[in-house]
Design a protein around this ligand. Structure first.
Ligand code: ATP
Length: 199
């Protein structure tokens, strides 16, 4: 396992994927908490069975997969349901991420966390991808074709920018061109390589 594990977080549209893709292109192993959260509820998994036992079989689609919109609707409206789901999924997600990070052969590895403030025992350094709100809005509008109201609701539900920045060891200001981002990632990659050589 790489000894240095960097968490990547940032608000919607800040550029987490743009950043992690660039680190991946430099050979760095990337684990992703959202992907792990999907992997652990594959049809046939013990966790999906537990979820169906708790919420009822109609939480599954006809093909036996998790009906995500339905589950989202339930936990959005019911704090106890949300707590059950968080408790049930936490362990399997952490185990899955641990497995992926243990398998990493790159000098350091990264874990993409969603937009939360991302406290996570697997990481030992936090990289925050930051962008002004107007840029977040413009990028997501262009990427998803969603409307501004929905985007603003998501931004409001996420931790505030200053809360995230307060937890940052490193910050990428993703407020320029794609080429500028290339340069910022390359510089940080060098910095992380230096850290692995000196610890
Ligand atoms: P989410 O939280 O929704 O998953 P994210 O933080 O992963 O978002 P990205 O998907 O990486 O954000 O970026 C949002 C959009 O903005 C994408 O379409 C991406 O290609 C574009 N983008 C990111 N950074 C830049 C940049 N520096 N210049 C131009 N476009 C960019």
């Amino acid at each position: 396992m790489s000894r240095l594990i960097i968490g990547i977080t940032g608000g919607i549209g800040s550029g987490k994927t743009a950043v992690s893709n660039r680190f991946a292109a430099l050979g760095i192993t990337i684990a992703d908490a959202d992907l792990a959260a999907r992997a652990v509820v594959q049809p046939g998994s013990k966790l999906l069975g537990d979820i169906a036992a708790h919420f009822g079989q109609d939480i599954l689609t006809d093909t036996g997969a998790l009906n995500r919109p339905k589950l989202r609707g339930i936990v959005f409206a019911d704090i106890d349901a949300r707590r059950f789901l968080e408790r049930a999924t936490h362990g399997p997600i952490m185990d899955q991420l641990h497995l992926e990070l243990v398998a990493a052969t790159s000098p350091y590895a990264m874990l993409v966390l969603s937009a939360g403030t991302g406290q996570n025992p697997l990481i030992n350094r936090m990289l925050v991808v930051d962008a002004p709100v107007e840029l977040q809005q413009a990028r997501v509008l262009k990427r998803d074709g969603s409307n501004l109201e929905t985007i603003n609701q998501i931004i409001k539900a996420q931790p505030a920018r200053r809360e995230r920045l307060a937890l940052a060891d490193d910050i990428i200001e993703n407020n320029g061109s794609e080429q500028a981002l290339d340069g910022k990632v390359a510089a940080l990659h060098q910095f992380y390589l230096d850290l692995t050589r000196h610890d």
